[in-house]
Structures are given as C-alpha cells and as structure tokens.
Design a protein around this ligand. Structure first.
Ligand code: FES
Length: 109
C-alpha cells in the first residue's frame, strides 16, 4: 500500500546536506545527491546515532558516533560497526513538493 506524505519542498533540501525531520513520530533524514532526493531513517542501526549529524560524502553517510557508513541510496551498510542496513523510504517529487512513503508496519528487520 502506498501512503505518500508531503514532508518538504525541493527548496528545503540542498545538494549534499542532510536534514532531520520527523514523520509520523519517526526520525527521518532527507538529503539530495546529484539532484536526487533520498530519505532514510535517521537512527543508525548500530545504537541509534543521529545520522543527520554525521558526514555525507557523495552518497555515503558516516555515523557521527562510531563511524559506521551507509549508502543513502539503498541504505546498505558499507562499514561497521553497524551490521544492519538502514531503512530507506520511497520518495516521490511532484512539482516542488517532496513526498515519502511510510511503511505499513514498523521497520522490517
Ligand atoms: S551508533 Fe552509529 S556507528 Fe555506533
């Protein structure tokens, strides 16, 4: 089931920057890489470091707490200590508005 919610506008999200937002009580990080908008859970899968406070280099975010790295496009873990991929939200852009789709249930394992 798709359940897209407007979360921001394109003007709010600059290339290479990360933004912490809360959607339906969940911490979400928005970013833009090579013009494409990505959204992923803002909690590192190690012990919930705030990824929006980390570093973004290209499509790789580094957790500010213990240095785990993830690909923001897919959520894939690239470096530990995290072992679980990030949840990434489907994103849709219409006109100037950014929508993300919330999962039907809590994050899958
Ligand atoms: S909380 Fe992110 S690497 Fe530990």
């Amino acid at each position: 089931m798709t359940n897209f919610i407007k979360v921001a506008t394109l003007d709010d999200v600059s290339e290479g920057e990360m933004y912490a937002i809360e959607v339906d009580g969940e911490p979400v990080c928005l970013t833009r890489v090579e013009g494409q908008i990505y959204a992923f859970t803002d909690n590192c899968t190690h012990i919930s470091g705030p990824l929006n406070d980390g570093e973004l280099e290209g499509c790789v975010v580094t957790c500010p707490w213990h240095g785990a790295q993830f690909d923001v496009r897919t959520g894939q873990v690239l470096r530990g200590p995290a072992r679980q991929d990030l949840y990434t939200y489907p994103v849709k852009v219409e006109d100037n508005a950014i929508f993300i789709s919330l999962p039907d249930e809590e994050y899958s394992e």
